[in-house]
Write a protein that binds this ligand. Structure first.
Ligand SMILES: Nc1nc2c(ncn2[C@@H]2O[C@H](COP(=O)(O)OP(=O)(O)OP(=O)(O)O)[C@@H](O)[C@H]2O)c(=O)[nH]1
Ligand SMILES: [Mg+2]
Length: 243
């Protein structure tokens, strides 16, 4: 299987299809974005791996983080990408940013190009343009955002609801019971996360990557990947020692 090289780091763009470097959010240093990365879910024919480096990938997908301002989308992405928590004052995302991460999913290098959208209402028209290219959506406020997704995203987009700030008793985005109820009602997987402690952050993105990879590369005789079952099995509970 031939491997493509992933652009590293963080970027932002005014256009969903042409990824061009743009302004930084001011929260972390900017690294350059290599344009022309195809995040199209296309599997490349089998060839020996070009490199064992995590920079190389076999298949790529676009995943969007959507939700209200302040729920922790940027922090979740930084935790996933860099393993760190963005402490300090809250700097709201302007427009849209993205970061790439390559995961090893059952021996396949899956690149997630993760778009971190601004939750503020005034940027809504910017984020609408990105929905149609997204393969996966990670939500942090299901009711308000599902109608947007139904309107702008592809029908078969993979969805996941997160209840972030599980470490904080008062400042949570979604109460666990409420999250579980809504997720059941809308038929999407739900998990509690914490960008601060790292709880379930890796799992949330890995689960999406697994589902997308299985959809693209499933052999005819291979059993269907069950996202709900995988999430329920792997999920760690808030308050527990693991993260
Ligand atoms: N306790 C706690 N605080 C968090 C967590 N995640 C984010 N925060 C805090 O919540 C605030 C908002 O986080 P952001 O990640 O910037 O929020 P956002 O969803 O990206 O907001 P917009 O960019 O405006 O859409 C910041 O002050 C973070 O430090 C978490 O898991 N636990
Ligand atoms: Mg943000």
């Amino acid at each position: 299987m031939s491997r493509k090289k992933a652009s590293k780091g963080k970027g932002s763009s005014g256009s969903p299809s042409a990824a061009t470097p743009a302004k930084e959010s001011g929260r972390s240093t900017r690294s350059s974005l290599v344009p022309g990365v195809q995040a199209n879910g296309v599997v490349h024919p089998s060839r020996p791996p070009v490199s064992s480096s995590s920079e190389f990938y076999d298949i790529a997908f676009k995943v969007m983080l959507v939700g209200d301002s302040g729920v922790g989308k940027t922090c979740l992405l930084v935790r996933f990408k860099d393993g760190a928590f963005l402490a300090g004052s809250f700097i709201s995302t302007v427009g849209i940013d993205f970061r790439n991460k390559v995961l090893n999913v059952d021996g396949v290098k899956v690149k997630l190009q993760i778009w971190d959208t601004a939750g503020q209402e005034r940027f809504r028209s910017v984020t609408h343009a990105y929905y149609r290219d997204a393969h996966g959506e990670i939500l942090t406020h299901i009711c308000a955002w599902l109608s947007e997704i139904h309107e702008y995203a592809q029908q078969d987009v993979v969805l996941m609801l997160l209840g972030n700030k599980a470490d904080a008793s008062h400042d949570r985005s979604v109460r666990r019971e409420e999250g579980e109820r809504l997720a059941k009602e809308f038929g999407v997987p739900f998990m509690e996360t914490s960008a601060r402690s790292g709880l379930n952050v890796e799992l949330a993105f890995t689960a999406i990557a697994k589902e997308l990879k299985h959809r693209s590369m499933k052999e005819p005789d291979e059993p269907k990947f069950k996202l709900h079952e995988y999430v329920n099995k792997e999920m760690k509970t808030a308050g527990c020692c693991r993260s």
